[in-house]
Design a protein. Structure first.
Length: 181
């Protein structure tokens, strides 16, 4: 791939990104530099094969790649319901309201700590707002999204990459004998 053909679609996250020669944890490779532009050439479940501007290729956890704020040429499409951040924002708002109401009940003494823990068990929420930028955790999809106000862009994942639909090919998680993601 020459420099004229290379069109980056993503960049590595700000802390860099581990790579593998195959879409499993058995053959680790070099780490991508922070914010290095890459082009996603192939996907296998949560894995993405990326190509760098010099033609070097490797497999990465595709959910950790940061989408560029523009689409590659020729892929422009209208905003779709899946891209619309409002449904996720409503779910996050509902979860935060539930937590706030339980915290108020606990502070007012209408419930005890055990009831508070029971009522908030399983409630998880992740939101970072910085001016017009937002990072939103969607636990239904198991990933963080970057929101520019109009669209959601996959930002990072909660679980290690897997090859969905093939449990035997799923890589082991972190820990003894597992990969370091």
């Amino acid at each position: 791939m020459d420099a004229l053909e290379f069109r980056p679609t993503h960049v590595a996250p700000p802390d860099g990104l581990a790579t593998w020669t195959r879409p499993d944890f058995s053959e680790p490779s070099v780490r991508l530099d922070a914010l290095l532009p890459v082009q996603v050439a192939d996907r296998l479940g949560d894995w993405a094969r990326v190509v760098c501007s010099n033609g070097w290729t490797a497999w990465v956890d595709g959910r950790l790649l940061v989408s560029l704020p523009h689409r590659p040429p020729g892929t422009a499409q209208p905003l779709t319901r899946a891209d619309d951040p409002r449904p996720l924002l409503r779910r996050l708002e509902h979860a935060l309201t539930q937590y706030r109401e339980q915290a108020e009940d606990l502070a007012e003494g209408t419930i005890d700590l055990e009831a508070f823990r029971h009522l908030t068990r399983g409630l998880r929420l992740g939101v970072v707002l910085d001016g017009d930028a937002a990072w939103l955790l969607d636990l239904d999809q198991g990933r963080w999204f970057y929101c520019d106000g109009l669209q959601l862009h996959s930002y990072a994942a909660v679980e290690p990459p897997g090859t969905s639909g093939n449990p035997a090919a799923a890589p082991p998680g972190p820990g003894p004998g597992g990969g370091d993601v």
